[in-house]
Design a protein around this ligand. Structure first.
Ligand code: NDP
Length: 330
């Protein structure tokens, strides 16, 4: 094992703003793991829409300079004295902070060994978006056979996972929205039974039409502001809106009494409150990696970038031109 350097290249921000605030710092410090931490030399780091929220300041980045990145995979190069389940040389995937860098300090609670048979990059590509989709369909609204479900931004990272998992769970009507015909075609290949271009069609009317006026029993919405009002309209009586993201901006405050019209439930879930303990992380991640290993899901990689391409990465994901996962190769 090569010795661990004192400095490294990391993708950072020193202030919030547009993609131009992204900086590649060639001399960021490499930390020494505390008792219950491991140091990982990354080979891949995932890109998630949340990276743009920290960069823009929608979610406050702290402390500054702030190293972006919430998931990665790589080789353990050092372990704290209290760590028993990982050793130097293990190849792991993890969720956490500061993954878009050569080295990352990882909490072993949120790490898992990559099993044989999974291609390099796929674990870093799958963890956050896959776990988000898996916990949404189990815990935000437990999907049942025959359910009619609406998924917004269905050709995106989380969206493609949701479609595949909904198909597997036996949902009867899986309605996908997206902004282009190509994206809707991809959604259909991944399990959508119906597709709506929500930028050109009256998607609320179309959902009602597809469901014979009954509406859907759940909406999985990572789009936020622009779809929220329509979501309340297309939900069936006793339906659930899982509003899990803000790609178009955050949902504005609303009066709780509006839910009385159909006894609706509205949740604003985060992955890290479903996957919080070691047991929760390991159980869900193991299931996810088994699905990949057994070829039951396709992890679609939009493109593999270098950290130096970060400006383009943020323009690409915010520009709505991507499908599936964007990855950094370290
Ligand atoms: P995506 O790959 O889905 O990219 C975002 C997509 O949102 C775009 O491709 C676009 O699809 C759609 N979109 C709709 N309106 C806009 C807009 N105004 N500007 C930009 N994009 C828009 O990203 P991710 O899979 O990484 O994340 C999807 C959502 O899930 C995000 O909101 C993210 O924050 C959230 N998320 C939440 C988690 C949680 O724990 N709560 C965890 C992980 C993700 P189209 O062009 O088809 O409209």
């Amino acid at each position: 094992m090569a010795s661990i350097p004192q400095t490294q290249t990391a993708l950072q921000i020193n202030r919030t703003g547009g993609p131009e605030v992204l900086e590649l710092n060639p001399s960021a410090p490499v930390s020494t793991p505390g008792d219950n931490q491991i140091l990982v030399k990354n080979t891949y780091a995932g890109v998630n829409y949340i990276d743009t929220y920290f960069r823009s300041g929608l979610y406050p980045p702290s402390p500054l300079p702030y190293t972006l990145g919430r998931e990665g995979e790589g080789t353990v190069v050092s372990v704290g004295s209290g760590v028993t389940d990982f050793k130097v040389g293990d190849y792991i995937g993890y969720t956490g902070l500061n993954a878009q860098a050569e080295f990352t300090l990882v909490d072993p609670t949120m790490a898992i060994k990559v099993p044989d048979g999974i291609q390099p990059g796929i674990t870093a590509a799958a963890l956050i978006q896959g776990l988000t989709a898996l916990t949404l369909i189990r815990e935000s609204y437990e999907v049942k056979k025959g359910d009619a479900i609406l998924v917004h931004a269905a050709a995106g990272g989380v969206g493609l996972w949701l479609l595949q998992l909904l198909r597997m769970a036996g949902a009867g009507t899986i309605i996908a929205t997206a902004s282009t015909a190509e994206k809707l075609e991809l959604a259909a290949k991944n399990g959508a039974t119906h597709g709506i271009n929500y930028t050109t069609e009256d998607w609320v009317a179309r959902v009602k039409e597809i469901t014979g006026g009954a509406g859907v029993i759940a909406v999985f919405d990572g789009v936020g502001a622009s779809t929220f009002e329509g979501d309340l309209e297309v939900l069936a009586r006793k339906g659930t809106l899982a509003s899990f993201g803000n790609a178009s901006g955050p949902v504005p405050p609303f009066s709780i009494s509006r839910l009385a019209a159909k006894n609706l439930k509205v949740l604003r879930p985060t992955l890290f409150n479903y996957v919080h303990t070691k047991e929760e992380f390991t159980t869900y991640s193991q299931e996810l990696l088994n699905l990949i290993k057994d070829n039951k899901v396709d992890v679609r990689i939009h493109k593999v970038y270098e950290l130096a391409d970060a400006l383009q990465v943020h323009k690409d994901i915010e520009g709505r031109g991507t499908t599936g996962k964007l990855l950094y190769k370290l």
